[in-house]
Design a protein around this ligand. Structure first.
Ligand code: PEP
Ligand code: MN
Length: 335
C-alpha cells in the first residue's frame, strides 16, 4: 500500500506517521519522487481500513500495490543499490569479484589463495566453513575454526570475508566475524533462516535455489528485507535442467531480467554454474558482458587436492588470466 502525502506535509509529521505505522507492524519505506512524498507500507495490508488511512491529515491519497516484492523491486526504488562493504563497492557502476576456495581447509591454503586472488584484483575472499554437502561422508567444513582462519586471511590481505551460514545456530559468530553472509542455494527458501539473518542487518549474498525461479529468488530477498536487511546481493549459480553436460545450467538471462525487476546488485557464479574449471572463464566473460555486477569464482592453490569442488576451481594462475580479460570486457560495456 502506498500513502501519497500532501505537498505541505512537514518532515516531523511524516516521521511521526512513519513511526506510528511501524508500531502497528508495517515495514515503512520513505519515498520521494519528483517532489511527491510517499510512504510505502509492506506487510499484511489485507485488513487495513483504507478510508481510515485516507482521513489522516497529511495523507493525500492511497494506492493499493499489488507488486509482490515491494522492497526488492525497482518500482519504488528506481536507482541501483550500491553496497559498500569495508570500502569495497558493488552495484550501480561498481563491479566486484568474490574469489576463494570452496572450503577453508587450512591456514596455509586460505592465506595463499587470499593473497593470490587479491593480487589479481579480487575484492572479497570467499570460503566455506560450514558446507552443505550432498553426501554425509564427504568433508563438511572446519566449522568455527574455518571462520577463525577466514579472519586471519582478512587480517593479512584486508579483503572482506564472504562465508555461508547453514542454520540459526551460529548467527552470533557470523554477525561478528563475516562481512557478507552467504545464503546458499539449498537454503534460499529456508524462510526462518532468512528472517533471522535479515534481522542482523548485515550485507547478505543470496544464491538462487537449484530449482527456483527468478521471482522466487526475489521473494526470498524480500523476506530478508522485511526482516531488516538492506544490502542484498543476488547470485545466479545455475539451475537444474535435463542437461547433464554441465553440473547445472547457468541461466545468464537471469542477469538482465533481474536488473529490470530489482535495484539490488546481481552477480554470477560460473563455478557452481558449470562444475568444470574449463568452462568457468568463458561463462564468467559472458556474465560480465550480460551486465553482471560481480562474479563469485572458486580458486584453489591445488585444485587436484581440494577437499571440495576441485574440478570447478581455477588455479591462481588461471584466475589471474581470467581477471585480465574480465577487466577488458568491463571497459567495453562501460563505453
Ligand atoms: C558455495 O558457494 O560454496 C555453494 C555451496 O554454492 P551453492 O549454494 O550455489 O551450491
Ligand atoms: Mn563449492
Amino acid at each position: 500500500m502506498l500513502l501519497i502525502l500532501k505537498p505541505e506535509a512537514k518532515p516531523e509529521s511524516i516521521q511521526n506517521l512513519a513511526d506510528r505505522l511501524q508500531s502497528l507492524g508495517f515495514i515503512v519505506q520513505d519515498i520521494l519522487e519528483e517532489h511527491t512524498h510517499m510512504l510505502l507500507l509492506a506487510g499484511d495490508t489485507t485488513y487495513v481500513d483504507c478510508d481510515q488511512f485516507a482521513r489522516i491529515d497529511i495523507v493525500d491519497s492511497i494506492m493499493k500495490v499489488s507488486e509482490p516484492y515491494k522492497l526488492a523491486g525497482r518500482k519504488f526504488h528506481p536507482d541501483d543499490t550500491v553496497i559498500d562493504v569495508c570500502g569495497q563497492k558493488i552495484g550501480g557502476n561498481h563491479f566486484a569479484v568474490i574469489a576463494g576456495p570452496c572450503s577453508v581447509e587450512s591456514e596455509a591454503q586460505i592465506l595463499a589463495v587470499a593473497e593470490s586472488v587479491k593480487a589479481s584484483g579480487a575484492a572479497f575472499i570467499r570460503g566455506g566453513a560450514f558446507k552443505p554437502r550432498t553426501s554425509p561422508y564427504t568433508f563438511q567444513g572446519l566449522g568455527l575454526d574455518g571462520l577463525e582462519l577466514l579472519k586471519k586471511a582478512r587480517q593479512k590481505t584486508g579483503l572482506p570475508v564472504v562465508s555461508e551460514i547453514m542454520n540459526n545456530n551460529h548467527l552470533e559468530e557470523f554477525h561478528r566475524d563475516v562481512d557478507i553472509i552467504q545464503i546458499g542455494a539449498r537454503n534460499m527458501q529456508n524462510f526462518s533462516l532468512l528472517r533471522e539473518v535479515g534481522q542482523l542487518k548485515k550485507p547478505v549474498l543470496i544464491k538462487r535455489g537449484l530449482a527456483n525461479t527468478v521471482d522466487e529468488l526475489l521473494m526470498a530477498a524480500e523476506h530478508l528485507m522485511v526482516a531488516g536487511a538492506k544490502d542484498i546481493i543476488l547470485c545466479e549459480r545455475g539451475i537444474r535442467t535435463f542437461e547433464t553436460a554441465t553440473r547445472n545450467t547457468l541461466d545468464l538471462s537471469a542477469v538482465p531480467i533481474l536488473h529490470k525487476k530489482t535495484h539490488l546488485p546481481v552477480i554470477v557464479d560460473p563455478s557452481h554454474g558449470t562444475g568444470s574449471w574449463t568452462l568457468v572463464e568463458p561463462m564468467a566473460l559472458a556474465a560480465v558482458a550480460a551486465g553482471a555486477d560481480g562474479l563469485m569464482i572458486e580458486v584453489h592453490n591445488q585444485p587436484e587436492a581440494a577437499l571440495c569442488d576441485g574440478s570447478q576451481s581455477l588455479t591462481p594462475e588461471n584466475f589471474e588470466k581470467m581477471m585480465k580479460k574480465i577487466f577488458r570486457i568491463r571497459e567495453v560495456i562501460a563505453e
